[in-house]
Write a protein that binds this ligand. Structure first.
Ligand code: ADP
Ligand code: MG
Length: 472
């Protein structure tokens, strides 16, 4: 199959834009891609069966029309489920390319040249800014400290150590610091990476006996940000190297910013000398948001996504989901998608149905927790192990299968999925999905297991909507 040319894509998008209202167009239609299968058919990859079903019913005819016009002949449009296609995640279309942030200042100066975050292994999300971060009691200190570090690097707090459970906004704040620094100081030397990125860099430098370039890369910086530093647990060599990196930067008054899922002293097997260094500057904890903050976050998400969500629905979601902000976002997505699929306006009744309080005839979107539970039951392992970073084969294979199924059965982006699996970054998630794809292709027994789990989940969602656990 070959992808239609960019100019054909532009023509088709122009036409669709005229007939499909935004925000539907922006969220779902704009990111889709068209592939020529043969003379008579064009394939549109979609992320899962729900999106496929929805496109079939609502948009097949307009998309066919736009295609026929652009290609000047009759063609059939086929929506094909492909786990690699996520219509919402346009930024993932080229997952292998290095991620960059554009600094407005430099773009103005040098027409299109970009200030880059040098070679980060993490996906940089333009929306993770301070403006889009809702401040409440639970994150006020972390937010103020992050803002201080962004406005006064190396002078406010050094190091800045943010910690809190998954899905509470650590990555958002770290990236907000990057956005602010790069737009204010385009020449600043800044490196933002996951701890896994740091560890992998170090290991490959050791293997190639190229420690000097590695050290220059990490020590000749104005600001170093490392996300999920708890990943250093159990990695003695990397801890040693990080210790020296830390000292070099700190002695030169360069800003260090770290995030972690637990406080410095609670990171298992972290050396005492690192624990004490992490506490030299500011340690700020992020707690789960209060009800008021959850409502404020939901209101902000609704505003930015362009959906009109009534207050009683926002309150209902905020009451129902009281832990994690990622789950809140998932609930908004579930509710808005249901309203789109069924062409109904968003109401309390619809939200109740979508989030599983009322039995209904249509299948409810499968939740990540349903997939995790089904995989744990099948392999007879604990949920906490599946969600942990343990690497034994007994745990990592089921975990990779769960990640693969999540990609196939939910509309979540790689980033989102990472959040459900101890905050893995999008390249790790991509790796897990590719691993299972390869193994399914060559190992019939594994294929049977994966397909059985897939079928089981789909069947349960259709037959017994109440079987599904609630998304909180
Ligand atoms: P963590 O890194 O702590 O696991 P993230 O930073 O990935 O969490 O946050 C999860 C999701 O919740 C992201 O989409 C983020 O934008 C959103 N989020 C978290 N905190 C806030 C907040 N205070 N205001 C708005 N959105 C938030
Ligand atoms: Mg994170």
């Amino acid at each position: 199959m070959t992808r239609l040319s960019d100019s054909l894509h532009d023509t088709i998008r122009e036409q669709l834009k005229e007939v499909i209202p935004s925000p539907t167009y922006e969220t779902w239609i704009d990111p889709i891609e068209f592939y020529r299968q043969d003379e008579r058919a064009v394939v549109v990859p979609v992320a899962n069966v729900y999106v496929q079903d929805w496109f079939e019913r609502k948009y097949k005819s307009v998309i066919s029309k736009a295609l026929c016009c652009a290609l000047q002949k009759e063609v059939e449009v086929v929506f094909r489920v492909s786990p690699a296609a996520d219509p919402r995640a346009s930024s993932e279309r080229e997952p292998a390319s290095p991620q960059t942030i554009t600094s407005t200042h430099e773009t103005e100066q040098a027409q299109g040249s970009v200030a880059t975050l040098p070679m980060t292994d993490l996906q940089i999300i333009p929306a993770y800014t301070f403006e889009n971060f809702v401040v409440g009691q639970s994150n006020r200190l972390a937010h103020a400290a992050a803002l201080g570090a962004a406005e006064n690097p190396s002078r406010a707090y050094n190091p800045l150590f943010l910690h809190g459970a998954v899905g509470l906004g650590k990555t958002h704040l770290l990236q907000a610091i990057c956005h602010t620094l790069l737009s204010r100081l385009p020449d600043i030397r800044i490196h933002y990476t996951s701890c896994e990125g740091f560890v992998n860099d170090y290991i490959s430098a050791v293997k190639r006996s190229e420690l000097d370039p590695f050290r220059r890369k990490y020590r000749e910086l104005d600001v170093l940000l490392i996300d999920d530093i708890h990943f250093l647990a159990n990695k003695e060599g990397s801890q040693e190297e990080f210790f020296h990196t830390f000292n070099a930067l700190h002695n030169a008054s360069r800003q260090i910013i770290l995030s972690s899922d637990s406080s410095p002293e609670d990171i298992a097997t972290l050396e005492d000398r690192l624990i004490s260094r992490f506490k030299w500057g500011m340690v700020a904890r992020i707690d789960p948001p209060t009800f008021e903050t959850r409502v404020a976050i939901l209101r902000k998400k609704a505003e930015t996504s362009g959906y009109d969500i009534p207050n009683d629905v926002l309150n209902y979601i905020a009451e129902k989901i009281d832990t994690n902000i990622r789950e809140l976002e998932g609930a908004v997505l579930t509710v808005t998608m249901r309203s789109e699929v069924e062409s109904r306006s968003i109401s309390l009744e619809l939200a109740r149905e979508a989030l599983g309080d009322v039995s209904r005839s249509r299948p409810r979107p499968i939740q990540v927790s349903d997939i995790q539970t089904a995989v744990c039951d099948h392999f007879n392992i604990r949920l906490s192990d599946l969600q942990s970073r343990k690497r034994s084969q007994m745990i990592s294979l089921p975990r990779q299968i769960a990640i693969y199924l999540t990609r196939r059965l939910t509309p979540y982006s790689l980033e989102d999925i990472g959040g459900y699996f101890s905050g893995k970054d999008h390249s790790t998630i991509m790796y897990a999905i590719d691993r299972i794809k390869e193994r399914v292709a060559s190992d019939p027994q594994l294929r049977a297991t994966v397909e059985a789990l897939h079928a089981h989940l789909l069947e349960q969602s259709q037959k017994h909507p109440s079987w599904m656990s609630r998304p909180a």
